[in-house]
Ligand binder design. Structure first.
Ligand code: SF4
Length: 353
């Protein structure tokens, strides 16, 4: 393959030296992801700690503040986009109907996979590997078929609905460090559309259902998820029922509340309602996750990062959770809509305008 045909080059809005920095960080993240996979295989406790108790707890706050940063450096995104960067992708256009169907599958996958953390993923390195490897293979296969981010990052990625939900009033915008030119692979482009949110597109029944499930379901699902302990040892049917029961009960409650409120809220201020649900969801996450990380959780050492119970008073941890809640409501609900996108769209490909 001639070197000139490989698209490891900056997009038009990105000076070469910054492009090199982004590429360096992307490679670093890929190496870090590989190191985690190796740890999961040979040192599972280390791999599980880094993945579930360091990286994942940072992600929701990052989606609120700077979702574009994650979109630029996510190792799974870099994997999915490798065929496109190497000019090995068929660059097919993703049909809009199929994309909306995959987005619905994505939010369903999220609700199916996350409870499995209590059942086996949080405590079993091999099980986590068995989740991550097929996920990476799926992402790269879609990258071989569809153009830019339409195959994985804007369609089937189960984290994408959460990015759209939390990232609707992003504070920081970055240049797009993947797409060299915009091929309009996804319309609207989640990266380039100011204040994108899960209900921004309502064209198909799949769009509407995935928006309802994300906005209405996530706050209650998160609450329910934190009421369940991690199970170890033999998995029984009652464990399986336990890990899904409360998350899905919570999902059903907030889904119903949102569905009713949406009818009476008024179309003009729909965005405000979505922001309130987003702030509630992300605040609920940290309300439970911060105490658990530092040893103040209700289920012993489940989800523990470092035990501070002998060093820090419980009220201080409580104060931090109150501050994070105020922060998320300020950013998502009280702050004016800032008309910022996650990333700056590169120039359009010739003939795509
Ligand atoms: S910037 Fe253009 S090519 Fe890149 S993901 Fe968005 S729509 Fe697709």
């Amino acid at each position: 393959m001639p070197v000139s045909s490989v698209s490891f080059k900056p997009n038009s809005s990105l000076p070469v030296k910054y492009w090199a920095i982004w590429r360096f960080i992307q490679v670093l993240m890929l190496v870090a992801a590989l190191a985690i996979l190796i740890c999961l295989l040979f040192y599972p406790q280390v791999g599980l700690l880094i993945l579930w108790n360091i990286l994942i707890p940072v992600a929701p706050a990052l989606f609120v503040v700077a979702p574009g940063l994650w979109r630029n450096i996510c190792p799974l995104a870099s994997t999915a986009l490798l065929p496109r960067h190497l000019n090995l992708s068929k660059e097919m256009e993703m049909p809009r109907q199929l994309q909306s169907q995959l987005q619905l599958v994505a939010i369903c996958l999220l609700y199916i996979i996350v409870p499995l953390r209590h059942l086996l993923l949080n405590s079993n390195g091999n099980a986590t590997l068995m989740l991550l490897i097929p996920t990476a293979v799926t992402a790269i296969v879609l990258g071989f078929i569809y153009n830019w981010k339409s195959g994985w990052c804007a369609s089937l990625c189960p984290v994408h609905p959460v990015e759209k939900f939390y990232g609707s009033n992003a504070i920081i915008t970055f240049p797009n460090a993947h797409c060299t030119q915009c091929a309009k692979c996804s319309v609207p482009c989640p990266d380039s559309t100011p204040n994108i949110h899960p209900a921004a597109v309502k064209k198909t029944v799949y769009n509407r259902l995935s928006a309802l499930l994300t906005i209405g379901g996530l706050p209650g699902f998160i609450w329910g998820w934190f009421q369940v302990p991690d199970y170890t040892g033999v998995i029984t049917l009652s464990h399986v029922i336990d890990v899904y029961k409360l998350p899905f009960a919570g999902l059903a409650v907030t889904f119903t509340i949102y569905s009713i409120l949406k009818e009476y809220w008024g179309k003009k201020s729909e965005r405000m309602l979505i922001s309130i649900f987003a702030a509630t969801a992300v605040s609920t996450y940290y309300w439970y996750r911060i105490p658990i990380l530092f040893g103040f959780g209700q289920f012993g050492h489940d989800g523990l990062l470092v035990n501070l119970t002998n060093i820090v008073p419980a009220w201080a941890i409580g104060a931090i959770t109150v501050i994070t809640t105020i922060f998320f409501f300020s950013v998502l609900v009280l702050r004016k809509v800032n008309h910022k996108s996650w990333l700056i769209r590169p120039d359009y490909e010739t003939g795509k305008l």
